[in-house]
Design a protein around this ligand. Structure first.
Ligand SMILES: [Zn+2]
Length: 128
């Protein structure tokens, strides 16, 4: 994708990012469909207690993945909404324009690179 060198997104670029976000969303739905299927098939009675413990540990991992996916899904849906509101490439923090190349690499970001770096420095200072 060749981006136009302008602060506003062109209709083609809006379409490009919408498609990209929707594909990310679809991939999560597809993946989680698989996870649900796996849980169903592996759930057919294990009488051995050690097997059951193994199974429980496995479901905890599955739930953890799904929690992360859920958070990502929320971010994708918020990004689609911002796209709709024409705020997609506006930094939440400083109202500056987020570079299109940055959005291409990280479609759910809400911060420009400067604010992101600041945020990371603060996080590092809090958790050395
Ligand atoms: Zn910013």
């Amino acid at each position: 994708m060749e981006f136009v060198d302008s602060p506003e997104l062109t209709p083609e670029e809006v379409e490009y990012f919408r498609k990209k976000l929707e594909e990310m969303q679809q991939k999560i739905y597809d993946d989680s469909g698989e996870t649900v299927q796996q849980m169903k098939t592996s759930n057919k009675g294990f009488p051995d207690p050690s097997d059951r413990a193994h199974l429980e540990a496995e479901s905890i991992t599955t739930l953890r993945i799904r929690d992360r996916e859920r958070k990502l899904l929320k971010k994708i849906q918020e990004a689609l909404q911002r796209l709709e509101d024409k705020e997609y490439n506006i930094c939440e923090e400083c109202d500056e324009i987020i570079r299109k190349e940055r959005l291409d690499a990280r479609p759910v970001t809400t911060l420009c690179i400067d604010c992101k770096e600041k945020e990371e420095q603060i996080e590092k200072a809090q958790h050395p």
